[in-house]
Design a protein around this ligand. Structure first.
Ligand code: NDP
Ligand code: 2IT
Length: 452
């Protein structure tokens, strides 16, 4: 009989081998480690999953594309960026996942995001595989015309690799409705096809789904509330700290307000805003979505209740709930200790892998409800899959219908993670629940489809 000890030894050896074969990719190592360290119980209970090669295949992308993206700025100067698309796993459906434009992007970052996406997408139950892409292009301070030329150059190569039945990109950091528009336009021009389902996050008037911009933030708040309900509480009257001030943070704040909670903060890479009256989401949207400004502007315009704290960390503000919604590794062990000292009840990840492994362990040991990103922020990609469904059916659902579907999907994901954790002797551990539940779905499909 295979024991948990045997499978732990097998998984440890695999992790060491993956680190050796993928040097200088710390974020990818971190994401793989976080999954592998939770899989021993399922490999011991279901020996077919421990068969040599299955977990190895899961950790090796099916395809990795790296390409040159040359473009000209408004003064005619030529820039050369690097583009990536990592098509990680298509056992459950076409590769699906966002594009990130940020100077920190490299192959290891895209691989960590693509790897996480496999399990997240499996948890949605909507038949989507895992992938991710992007570029080290920095859109900050670039004109619309420069962003358009960049997107056109990026798609001139990417179009060969994507398609509604093959690989369906969407937004992520630095890629929102504007960029998806330029990317879709170039895809349509090059291919001469109106292929709505090739990208998600499109405008409402040309194939986009209602509630897609809101979906990640709304879904994360619903997940946080589901975790609180397990403890006999809800969000009404609770204070919250939110990091980031982009797509995910804005709609996290909007949903917190709708459910009667009080979001006190938001942030960007230059610092954070604390607003004693609670964040005014309309002003935040005006500053960030309409004017594409910095968060310090919000504090200047809001009046006496708000102030901007340069270089500070939102986690120093006491609150009942924390929703990291900016980027990876933004909440470390010291931040987690501060949150615990201040009595935080739940931490739910809007961003991908925002809490470091040390932070996650500290929060769980302190009894804080912890929602990992691959479950808590799955609402965004879930509504992307609903956008694909609407595109295939040539129809458009009402905002109320999409929101109801989203609420049902988030409730299902919460219940699946909760039940799976309990089934594998880890009650209340959503990290184990999410990893094992996602893994079981992908592993079953991979086994059934043979060694490919
Ligand atoms: P946006 O580009 O809309 O916003 C990103 C926000 O995070 C900005 O406030 C940005 O500040 C801040 N930020 C980004 N990088 C850093 C950094 N290195 N250090 C400090 N702050 C940083 O992106 P999204 O809101 O779409 O994405 C936020 C997170 O949510 C990411 O982890 C993404 O992977 C994840 N996510 C997004 C989904 C979506 O549907 N969009 C779905 C699921 C997860 P600044 O402007 O100063 O850089
Ligand atoms: O991390 C994510 O899940 C996303 N950026 C959304 C991906 C998508 O395809 O909608």
């Amino acid at each position: 009989m295979t024991t948990r000890h045997d499978t732990t030894t097998q998984l440890d050896a695999l992790r060491v081998e993956i680190e050796r074969r993928n040097p200088a990719q710390p974020e990818f190592h971190q994401a793989v480690h976080e999954v592998l360290e939770t899989l021993a119980p399922v490999l011991a209970a279901r020996p077919e999953f421990a068969e040599p090669g299955l977990v190895e295949r899961l950790c090796e992308p099916e395809r990795q594309v790296i390409f040159r993206v040359p473009w000209q700025d408004d003064r005619g100067r030529v820039h050369v960026n690097r583009g990536f698309r990592v098509e990680f796993n298509s056992a459950l459906g076409p590769y699906k996942g966002g594009l990130r434009f940020h100077p920190s992007v490299n192959l290891g970052v895209i691989k960590f995001l693509g790897f996480e996406q496999i399990f997240k997408n499996a948890l949605t139950g909507l038949g989507i595989g895992g992938g991710k892409g992007g570029s080290d292009f920095d859109p900050h301070g670039r004109s619309d015309a420069e962003v358009m030329r960049f997107c056109q150059s990026f798609m001139t190569e990417l179009h060969r690799h994507i398609g509604e039945h093959t690989d369906v990109p969407a937004g992520d950091i630095g890629v929102g409705g504007r960029e998806i528009g330029y990317l879709f336009g170039q895809y349509r021009r090059i291919t001469n096809r109106w292929e709505a389902g090739v990208l998600t996050g499109k405008g409402r008037g040309w194939g986009g789904s209602a509630i897609r911009p809101e979906a990640t933030g709304y879904g994360n708040v619903l997940f946080a509330e589901a975790m609180l309900r397990e403890r006999g509480e809800d969000l009404e009257g609770q204070t919250a700290v939110v990091s980031g001030s982009g797509n995910v943070a804005i709609y996290t704040i909007e949903k917190l307000l709708a459910l009667g909670a009080n979001p006190l903060t938001c942030s960007d890479s230059s610092g954070y805003v604390i607003d004693d009256k609670g964040i005014d989401v309309d002003l935040l949207k005006q500053v960030k979505e309409v004017e594409r400004g910095r968060i310090s502007e919000y504090a200047l315009r809001r009046g006496a209740s708000a102030r901007f704290v340069p270089d500070g960390r939102v986690w120093e503000i006491p609150a009942d709930v924390a929703l990291p919604s900016a980027t990876q590794n933004e909440l470390n062990e010291t931040d987690a200790a501060t949150l615990v000292r201040n009595g935080v009840k739940a931490v739910s990840e809007g961003a991908n892998m925002p809490a470091t492994p040390g932070a996650v362990h500290l929060l769980q040991q302190a009894g804080v409800a912890f929602g990992p990103g691959k479950a808590a922020n799955a609402g965004g990609v879930a509504v992307s899959a609903l956008e694909m469904a609407q595109n295939h059916a040539r129809t458009a659902w009402s905002p109320a219908r999409v929101e109801e579907e989203l609420a049902g999907i988030m409730a299902d994901i919460h219940a699946t993670c909760h039940e799976t954790a309990a089934r594998y002797d880890a009650p209340g551990d959503y990290v184990t629940g999410a990893n094992i539940a996602g893994f079981e779905r992908v592993a079953e499909a991979m086994l059934a489809q043979g060694v490919i």
